[in-house]
Ligand binder design. Structure first.
Ligand code: GDP
Ligand code: MG
Length: 441
């Protein structure tokens, strides 16, 4: 993963106060690669990396994270800045019927998304919606919209054979007005690629229907073409937003960055499946994570900066390297988990430490439980904490009395500790180096 690769680059660079040019350039080579792998267009990658470079040089490295993690955090924040800080909803702030025009290439998901948006407006905003298909190129296209409309319980404009798209658009507007509809969504025909005929037709439809929103629907798997596509449509019909479909697939979503950077228009919604409710608001931060493929690094850096000192991290790294994890360490983890609001502690945020996370989650995440467990460990002697094998029945009874809990709770804690220690040994055997590396060791 990106963070592993960055970890290697920065291995020799610990202990510096601020990121220098060489550090940043080495990291940016990896970042560039990650962006290209995520299908961000080369043009956008170049501009973006330059922007990050300017921001990153000279930045103070938080003591408890590695410079690599610090750079990833900066890149993430810049990505979110470009993608837009927050979700942008569909704008219905106009006189009814508010018209939404759906445009895009064939197969991008226009018809599906038209029905999904209608369902959402009907269910969540109680809008009366009319759908109309202007796709006269494929006989089945109008029927497809009609079927989907019925499925989501929204009206579709009756189909009249032989009409051209502009005539249908006019009829739809009239019907929407007379029928007292709040919203009219026009689904258009696409082409397999951008051509003048498509653009001219789309522009004409736009001029007769005066849409309040013009949404460009684009498949998330669109690679290098995304920039051209978005630019062409925007230049010709002035889009108001973008819907990215198939975000449920393998694509990393780099197209979102390309299109946003090329047009400045917001990504408004994402399609995450074929079902009618598989439509979500666009959250820039999630797509940024996806583009970088970096697990929870960002929240790790944020939390670590707040709560964990570099010294603690170093100590833990040494312990993990040796594969030893005693009750003192468990107490430290419990204290951290408390501070981090039960997030599962520093370790649970490490990419690839899923099993450990599970064990922690299994250990009832509840502030009071943490407090009791910390108290139990506090009632043990130093020797007992370092060597839990000493804890026989009489010692357990003494500790229970000291901490004011039942012996069964002591047993549970010891069992939990053993499970965690076992898991850490396993992690230590396979790829401990990377995990320890993340702690700065
Ligand atoms: P159009 O030609 O632009 O109208 O595209 P359609 O709406 O007909 O969609 C083409 C295919 O993509 C259909 O099989 C849809 O079910 C599928 N599709 C649309 N949106 C999504 C999505 O968000 N995720 C997935 N997995 N499939 C989608
Ligand atoms: Mg269609």
């Amino acid at each position: 993963s990106l963070s592993d690769r960055l970890g290697k680059i920065f291995d020799g660079l610990r202990g510096r106060g601020a990121l220098n040019e060489a550090d940043v350039d080495a990291a940016l080579r990896e970042i560039r690669r990650a962006l290209i792998e995520a299908d961000v267009s080369l043009e956008v990658v170049r501009a973006f990396v330059e922007q990050v470079r300017d921001r990153a040089i000279g930045v103070e490295v938080t003591r408890s994270v590695t410079p690599g993690q610090q750079v990833v955090k900066i890149v993430h924040d810049e990505l979110v800045g470009v993608l837009g800080e927050a979700a942008t909803p569909i704008d219905l702030n106009a006189a009814a019927p508010v018209t939404i025009l759906m445009v895009g290439l064939q197969g991008s998901g226009k018809t599906t998304t038209t029905a999904k948006i209608a369902k959402r407006l009907k269910d969540k905003q109680k809008k009366k919606v009319l759908l109309a298909s202007l796709d006269t190129r494929r006989p089945a296209a109008m029927e497809q919209l009609k079927v989907l409309g019925e499925q989501v319980g929204v009206d579709t404009l009756p189909i009249v054979a032989g009409e051209d798209p502009v005539t249908i658009a006019r009829r739809a507007a009239r019907e929407a007005r007379l029928g007292g509809f709040d919203v009219l969504i026009l689904d258009t025909a696409g082409r397999t690629h951008i051509d003048e005929e498509l653009m001219a037709e789309t522009a004409e439809i736009k001029s007769v229907s005066s849409p309040h929103e013009v949404l460009l629907v684009v498949d998330a798997l669109t690679g290098q073409d995304a920039v051209n596509l978005a630019r062409s449509f925007d230049a010709r019909v002035d889009i108001t937003g973008i819907v990215m479909t198939r975000v449920d697939g393998d694509g990393r979503g780099g197209a979102a960055l390309s299109m946003r950077a090329a047009t400045g228009k917001p990504i408004k919604l994402i399609g995450v499946g074929e079902k009618m409710d598989a439509l979500e608001d666009f959250h820039p931060s999630r797509i940024a994570d996806r583009i970088l493929g970096m697990g929870d690094i960002v929240s790790l850096v944020e939390k670590a900066a707040e709560h964990v000192s570099a010294e603690d991290a170093q100590k833990m790294a040494k312990k993990l390297k040796k594969g030893s994890f005693d009750l003192d360490d468990l107490r430290g983890q419990l204290q951290q988990m408390k501070k981090m609001g039960g997030m599962g502690g520093l370790m649970s945020m490490m990419p690839g430490v899923g099993q450990m996370k599970k064990a922690m989650a299994g250990a009832n995440i509840d502030e009071k439980v943490f407090d009791r467990q910390i108290a139990i460990i506090g009632s043990m002697t130093k020797k007992e904490r370092a060597d839990p094998d000493l804890l026989n029945a009489s010692r357990r009874k003494r500790i229970a009395a000291g901490a004011g809990v039942e012996v069964s709770e002591i047993n549970k804690l010891i069992k939990q500790h053993r499970q965690m220690a076992d898991m850490m040994k396993k992690v230590a055997k396979g790829g401990m180096g990377s995990l320890a590396g993340m702690f700065g060791g």
